[in-house]
Ligand binder design. Structure first.
Ligand code: T6T
Length: 325
């Protein structure tokens, strides 16, 4: 009956009914986006893309997250979002294992889940294998590839030889685990480079900066650092600067907030691998909307990178990928 009325209404205003998704007129969907943390320029930029997509399809976007990147603080946020009964949940899980059970509660409540940026389990969804394949889709950068790209860039900057290390968040985060894995794998191509032990900073740039000082104190011949995410890279760069080694100890950064772009321009950071967080947010919402309106969706959607350095960062087609505050 409702469909008939929709069709009659469409005919009455002279619009082809096939061009208008029937459910879009019937219901305004609420789609929740739970970031890794709320104050990170990466997720702030993701939110903008998600809002653009929500506006395009007439959905409401709810953005709710924790103040730090931590499964212990993210889980109660997720519980509160489930209690609001949104039509779909997009989430960047802060741990591959610890968010599995909390996310099952969403499925039990009949709320479809899509993970953005990070994944749970192996990230292979809808396979019927394991206990963490229930999200419908994973929308993200190719983080293994990103780690390889960082290794090649850092190797080039240090002339293919010397000691380097990875400044990373903490084990169990799918994205940064994969970046480190890709980096170390690619570094095997360079026999004259030694990769020292990874330093884990809990997503705290100050901690990453002081860890740099300790590594440098033990290795006065340190040649470079890979900062595997925004806060790791920022902290490592600050550490290099505080040690008076700007331009001598080279830095490859993952992520591209304005602070890292300033560091590129000053020569403190050599390269920044910018993800496309707005694209992740946009396609996350579009995937949720497609599912809610009866379409099948891909189990994984890959988004791109833009590699920034001093020479290209002012070009508009590159600068548009600097993260927003
Ligand atoms: O690098 C991004 C994100 O991809 C990662 O999962 C966590 O850290 C960031 O949010 C940057 O701080």
């Amino acid at each position: 009956m409702r469909k008939l009325l929709t069709a009659l209404a469409a005919l009455a205003i002279g619009v082809g009914v096939l061009a208008v998704p029937a459910q879009a007129q019937d219901k305004k969907f609420t789609i929740a986006l739970i970031p890794g943390l709320t104050t990170d320029a990466f997720y702030i930029t993701m939110r903008k893309g998600a809002e653009a997509a929500a506006k395009a399809v007439g959905a409401e976007l709810v953005f709710q997250g924790a103040p730090d990147f931590n499964p212990v603080t993210q889980t109660p946020v997720l519980d509160a979002v489930i209690a609001r009964k949104p039509d779909a949940i997009l989430i960047a899980p802060t741990d591959k294992v610890q968010l599995v059970q909390p996310l099952k509660k969403a499925i039990d409540a009949g709320i479809p889940v899509i993970t953005v940026d990070t994944f749970i389990g192996t990230g292979q969804y809808q396979t019927g294998a394991g206990d963490a394949d229930f999200p419908l889709s994973y929308v993200a950068s190719d983080n293994l590839l990103g780690g390889r790209m960082a290794a090649d860039a850092l190797s080039k900057a240090i002339g293919g030889k010397g000691k380097v290390y990875v400044s990373n968040v903490k084990p169990g985060v799918s994205t940064t685990d994969q970046r480190e894995e890709g980096f170390k794998e690619e570094m095997k191509k360079y026999p004259d480079i030694t990769v020292l032990e990874t330093q884990f900073n809990d997503d705290d740039a100050n901690k990453a900066a002081s860890q740099f000082q300790s590594v440098y104190a033990r290795n006065s011949d340190l040649a470079g650092v890979f900062g595997a995410n925004l806060f790791s890279a920022l902290g490592a760069a600050n550490g290099v600067q505080q040690a008076g080694q700007s331009g001598k100890i080279r830095v490859a950064a993952f992520d591209a907030p304005t602070s890292i772009v300033d560091n590129l321009k000053s020569g403190l950071v050599d390269i920044a691998i910018a993800q496309h967080p707005a694209e992740i947010g946009y396609f996350g919402v579009m995937a949720a909307y497609a599912h809610l309106t009866g379409q099948s969706i891909p189990t994984s959607i890959g988004t791109g990178f833009t590699v920034m350095d001093k020479s290209n960062v002012d070009q508009p087609e590159v600068a548009r990928f600097i993260y927003q505050n």
